[in-house]
Write a protein that binds this ligand. Structure first.
Ligand SMILES: *Cc1c(COP(=O)(O)O)cnc(C)c1O
Length: 392
């Protein structure tokens, strides 16, 4: 007999297991009985209940990133900013004070400058390449310091040793946004950090098709607080994005290695071009934090490379148009090289004076170097520089 109404049936059973993690978009999970649900909530029986509180694809991904970071109980959330939000709203309260690096990711800066103060959380910014400057920003109520190891877009390297010592001395939590450096470039938990933050959107997922974040705490009590605020604020990740990111993560090691090599080679290759005023890359001896970078980043320089070309907006336009096969897009960590122009994007809200004091001129560019064939990539960038030269 034909049916008129379709009720959900059971997924076909298979004694053999799929090799690839199944994608489970289910928002709800059915339990057998109230007793079983009790046991699930009490942690006696494993299982998920409602996906805002956790789901299989997020846990699968988080466990893999935990492995890379030497963390336990890390949580995957809907974006890197969701991870920053979870740390600030989950671990702090009104009356606490936070110190942030003065060159944090733009939205993190905005959260510290505009949002946290509305909730009674005091904030200050200080130069993270200078632990003494950070020390001067400490107050009796300083609860947390948030830093990135490598700054955007000036590729300066923070004084991580000095800052970790400062946090220890003052009983302050150290949160490290490890997005730029990745677990391959820097190990926050081995170097005194209490909290690790990632924008998984970037190098870890690596294909610009999933927006996700990750947060892990060393202290299980903090992990529990983070878990709670993430479910309450709804910072949960989508299963599909987690599934895509898991796929990306399996090649992270290869991609990072190749991108670092490409960035280093490209930095040296373009340095002598007549349009180049300066190249900023940590393995170069002319980098202002060269020695610190050698020590902190295991001799690697990462995939981010900045440089300044001689000229104003017209020359900048010509350079971008000249790199015709490269995406001019404000992201990083993609398999393909992307070009960013901070003066018209990430740093457009700053006054010209503020921007220039950071060394971000009109001709300042930041590349997120991808995994392309290096000869192809060098040719494309030189083509852009030659186009800029023709305009200048
Ligand atoms: C991109 C980025 C973020 C924010 O991540 P989203 O996934 O875009 O929310 C935070 N910190 C750093 C260093 C980033 O590059």
């Amino acid at each position: 007999m034909k049916k008129t109404f379709v009720r959900r049936g059971h997924f076909p059973a298979s004694a053999s297991r799929p090799v690839v993690s199944p994608l489970q978009p289910s928002v709800v999970y059915a339990s057998d009985s109230p007793d079983m649900l009790d046991d699930q909530y009490d942690g006696i029986t494993p299982g998920f209940v409602y996906s805002r509180e956790g789901h299989a694809n997020a846990t699968a991904l988080a466990t893999l990133i935990d492995g890379l970071e030497g963390a336990e109980g890390g949580i995957v959330v809907s974006s890197g900013m969701a991870a920053v939000t979870a740390v600030m709203l989950g671990l702090l309260k009104a009356g606490d004070h936070v110190v942030g690096g003065s060159q944090l990711y733009g939205r993190s800066l905005r959260m510290l400058a505009d949002d946290l103060p509305r909730f009674g959380i005091e904030t200050s910014l200080a130069d993270s390449t200078d632990a003494d400057a950070m020390a001067q920003a400490i107050r009796p109520n300083t609860k947390l310091i948030l830093v990135e190891v490598v700054s955007n877009p000036t590729i300066r390297v923070a004084d991580m040793e000095g800052i970790a010592a400062l946090c220890k001395e003052n009983d302050t939590l150290l949160a490290v946004d490890n997005t730029f450096t990745t677990p391959r470039g820097y190990s926050p938990f081995d170097n005194g950090a209490d909290i690790i933050i990632h924008s998984v959107t970037k190098l870890l997922a690596g294909h610009s098709d999933a927006m996700l974040g990750y947060v892990a705490a060393k202290d299980p009590a903090h992990s529990e607080q983070l878990d709670g605020i993430i479910a309450t604020l709804g910072l949960t990740a989508s299963p599909f994005d987690c599934w895509l990111a898991e796929r990306g993560l399996y090649t992270f090691d290869l991609r990072y290695e190749r991108a670092c090599q490409n960035a280093k080679t490209l930095a040296d290759h373009i340095a002598d071009h007549p349009m180049i005023k300066r190249v900023i890359y940590p393995t170069r001896p002319d980098h202002p934090d060269h020695n610190r970078a050698q020590f902190l980043l295991n001799g690697q320089g990462g995939n981010m490379l900045s440089f300044e070309i001689d000229g104003g907006r017209n020359v900048a336009n010509a350079f971008v148009k000249g790199c015709e096969n490269l995406a001019f897009a404000p992201t990083l960590g993609d398999i393909n090289t992307t070009i960013s122009h901070p003066a018209s994007s990430s740093h457009r809200a700053l006054t010209e004076d503020q921007r220039l004091r950071m060394g971000v001129q009109e001709g300042f560019f930041r590349l997120s170097v991808g995994v392309e064939d290096i000869n192809l990539l060098q040719g494309e960038i030189i083509q852009g520089l030659n186009a800029a030269k023709a305009t200048s």
